[in-house]
Design a protein around this ligand. Structure first.
Ligand SMILES: CSCCC(=O)C(=O)COP(=O)(O)O
Ligand SMILES: [Mg+2]
Length: 229
């Protein structure tokens, strides 16, 4: 089956895990209480706070309770959709004030451009919100890379370890699922994508796994699109 589109994860795939965990998450943790206290009446924040109350099962949770919950979810790296939406809102200032730029491995930068020039459509699927994804690529180490991408998906379409998310993405893209190649550093995510019928490649940027049922590469340069089964 010929690959017509590439769906890529971010953390650990296009982007160093350390940028997410040592730059983005601490920034969100430090700024979250002040941001919520000063934006608690903003419509978009009100919606996020309601989603957090639903996640907690506490419809009457007050702002300080929610702040504590959000901080706890960051500490546990919980992929709660409400947290991911809030982080995206908080990171806007950090990118716009140039406190940081979005990390990309050079091979990811070079091969995403090459694949687009070859006529492949590029998409992103991350637990990070679509807003956070567009910020990272929009304010990347290599400038604004958002023109590379045809679409972005976060956990509103489904969670990354559920095959239904990948079926939903393929339907939204409008391609046969087997013509989409999913790139990730997490084998459980690749298992779900393969169950849905996608082609898969595992990015092992640090240590190659002792065993893996998916093709394993260390960088984007090692990905061979034409040898796909
Ligand atoms: C889009 S940058 C922030 C990424 C993020 O918040 C996150 O949790 C990444 O998780 P993933 O499942 O995409 O590895
Ligand atoms: Mg990842």
């Amino acid at each position: 089956m010929t690959i017509k589109a590439i769906l890529t994860d971010i953390e650990g795939t296009t982007t160093d895990i350390n940028f997410v965990h040592k730059v983005l998450f601490p920034y969100a943790y430090d700024h979250l209480p002040g941001y919520l206290r000063s934006h608690s009446e903003d419509e978009v924040v009100l919606s996020v706070l309601e989603d957090a109350r639903t996640e907690l099962g506490q419809p009457d949770a007050d702002l300080e309770t929610l702040i504590a919950a959000f901080l706890g979810w960051i500490e546990q790296d919980k992929k709660v959709t409400a947290l991911k939406s809030l982080q995206g809102l908080i990171w806007v200032a950090g990118y716009e004030q140039q406190d940081f730029t979005g990390h990309l491995y050079r091979d990811a930068y070079e091969y995403l451009q090459k694949w687009q020039q070859q006529g492949l459509d590029l998409y992103v699927f991350s637990s990070g919100s679509v807003k956070a994804q567009k910020l990272l690529f929009g304010y990347s180490d290599f400038g604004d890379l958002t023109p590379l991408f045809s679409g972005y998906y976060d956990t509103h379409i489904g969670h990354k370890r559920e095959a239904s998310a990948y079926r939903n993405i393929a339907a939204d893209i409008g391609l046969p699922v087997a013509e989409i190649l999913f790139l990730s550093d997490i084998s459980e995510e690749l298992d779900a994508a393969r169950e849905a019928g996608m082609a898969t490649v595992l990015l092992a940027r640090e240590q190659r796994p002792s065993e893996c049922s998916h093709p394993v590469v260390q960088n984007f340069q090692q990905i061979r699109l034409t040898e796909r089964i």
